[in-house]
Design a binder for this molecule. Structure first.
Ligand code: DAH
Length: 359
């Protein structure tokens, strides 16, 4: 048994070294940890082992299993970072030395992208909602089916105020308020269609891809008989508008406690058209927008009867979209207050009033 365990660990390490894409990891996980995987095979062999050796052999298998689980998780995080960086690196580079007149004000690239996307949603019959940046534990987590001590909270460490409130970690924090606002309209036969863009905050170590302050745009649609087909059709149409190109989308399973089922939505790479290139790391796909069917517990918490209504939600990363659109490789540019960098994206500049020029 010891020999078998050794060679299994060796095999795993060899296969792991060959993995280059997050999408390949699932296959490796099933091969080793799946119901019919190598670890399950080893477990079933335990039966034929003499009783006095069973305990030790069982422990050995468990150690390998844990090793495999942790390695896959670590690799997933590593690859995600690499893929994200590659995506950003592949975008067209803006010119930091571009001459600019800082007396003429300009919109931030985030504002430009946000307005563009808002227009698309307005044309699709959505309302644009506003929600505060300071919220509380209930709205940010509990109402979203993320109870205290749920592991999903680890990904979203934030800043707490001395009065117990917190800075919201995601735009999903507004879901409960918006469901409550429109619950009565649903009863009158009016569907809920809303998007809510906002600044979000997380206690992150800052680097070229991570900021403690960033922007998202959340969207929700709730009505009778809303299904995954509606979600797919809608996301495809919306993203084709955003990129001004017909995009092909695919869904992969993704876990978010407030949706069931939850998905990671990928679009076919816009640069190579799915053939595989450096920016999509030869996979042909780019991960863009997590989404899913709203969990019945979330609907109930928002005063909407999940027996009668269903809906979908999605979270677009506005900062990421702006990075892709304008070829901004370093996320820190957005909060840098460097007018030289920030002013060159504008297509609708305004002039700073005389009295403000010295500010
Ligand atoms: N709130 C999630 C985050 O920031 C993103 C998200 C995932 C939003 C799935 C959604 C959704 O609406 O359905 O990580």
């Amino acid at each position: 048994m010891n020999e078998k365990a050794e060679s299994l660990q060796k095999l795993f390490k060899e296969k792991m070294d060959e993995i280059k894409l997050t999408s390949e990891l699932e296959g490796l996980r099933v091969e080793f940890l799946g119901k019919k995987g190598h670890i399950a095979d080893l477990m079933s062999e335990l039966r034929s082992i003499p009783n006095d050796q069973k305990k030790e052999a069982g422990q050995r298998i468990n150690t390998i299993k844990q090793f495999i689980e942790t390695s896959i998780q670590q690799k997933l995080e590593e690859l995600k970072k690499l893929e994200e960086q590659r995506l950003i690196d592949s975008a067209e580079v803006y010119d930091e030395t571009f001459p600019c007149d800082t007396n003429t004000g300009s919109y931030s690239p985030i504002t430009l992208v946000q307005r563009e996307v808002e227009d698309i949603f307005l044309n699709m019959g959505f309302s644009i909602e506003d929600y505060s940046e300071v919220t509380d534990d209930y709205n940010c987590f509990e109402a979203l089916n993320i109870p205290k001590h749920h592991p999903a909270r680890d990904m979203q460490d934030t800043y707490y105020l001395s009065n117990g409130q917190l800075l919201k970690t995601h735009t999903s924090a507004a879901q409960n308020t918006i469901l409550r606002k429109y619950a009565a309209d649903l009863e009158k036969g009016l569907p809920l269609r809303a998007v809510f863009p906002s600044r979000c905050f997380r206690n992150e170590k800052i680097d070229a891809c991570h900021e403690n302050t960033f922007f998202q745009m959340e969207g929700m649609m709730v009505d009778k008989d809303i299904s995954i087909s509606n979600l797919i059709y809608f996301m495809k149409t919306m993203l084709s508008e955003v990129f001004q190109k017909d995009v092909t989308v695919r869904l992969r399973p993704g876990f978010f406690p407030f949706v069931e089922p939850g998905f990671e939505l990928d679009i076919q790479c816009l640069i190579c058209g799915g053939e595989g290139c450096a920016s999509c790391k030869d996979s042909g796909w780019l991960e863009l927008c997590p989404c899913g069917m709203i969990h019945p517990n979330v609907l109930t918490a928002g005063g909407v009867d999940p027996e009668k209504y269903s809906g979908f939600a999605f979270g677009l990363g506005l900062t990421r979209l702006a990075m892709m659109k304008y070829g901004i490789k370093d996320i820190r540019v957005f909060n840098s207050c460097n007018l030289k960098s920030l002013s060159q994206f504008t297509n609708s500049s305004f002039t700073v009033p005389e009295e403000k020029k010295e500010d």
